[in-house]
Design a protein. Sequence first.
Length: 244
Amino acid sequence: MTVILKFGGSVITDKANPGVIRSGVIAELAAAVAAANKPAVIVHGAGSLGHPEAKAYGIADGVSKENARGVYVTHTAVSRLNAEVVAALREAGVEAVSFHPFSSALAENGRLVFCGEEQISCLLAAGIIPVLHGDVVLDRTRGGCIVSGDQIVPYLAKALHAEAVGIVTATGGVLADGTIIPEITRETQVAFHSAETADVTGGMQGKVEELLALAESGISSHIFRPEMLAAFLAGNPCGGTLVK
């Protein structure tokens, strides 16, 4: 059985400062993954590497000859972050490889219809941990679009029949008046606020909507702080928010 992990862009980058990677935090997350020694698929957000570029070129609205240059610029930015995440995992002893959605996934009207799940299954069988990320993805109807890590996670969780889904965020969970909500279902009333930094993928509200849809297929998710990753991987209480 496989674990799907999402490292939030606000955790591994400084979203207020474009291009700034939090290498120390990435190293700590990598150490926790290495210690757990479990089959896993890792997905990370783009943070301040990718969101500003995608916004500047309007990639979320589609790709045409007018903004085609933004495909290269955005993909290059997120790939630089992905390379650092993979390097940290390998330094910690994890057999990790980059798996770019740009060259392995396909969308239709902004929604994934394929994300390399067959190749990912082969990697997992070989003991290799694939590391995906929010990326520019070719789209049958729009030419191209942005597919966030928050969409990739539930897609792969269902396709791979994941046993657990863990989302590492800077907030440590979904907040209501500054307090973490311990559990969210479709019946839970939550007021979301817009982020001030560039985010073309819907922020926390988009994340929760994707996870609620995943929960309806029978797979729950935990949202928690970076320092709780080891506890989550060990199957211990990790605080945060359970989406079910």
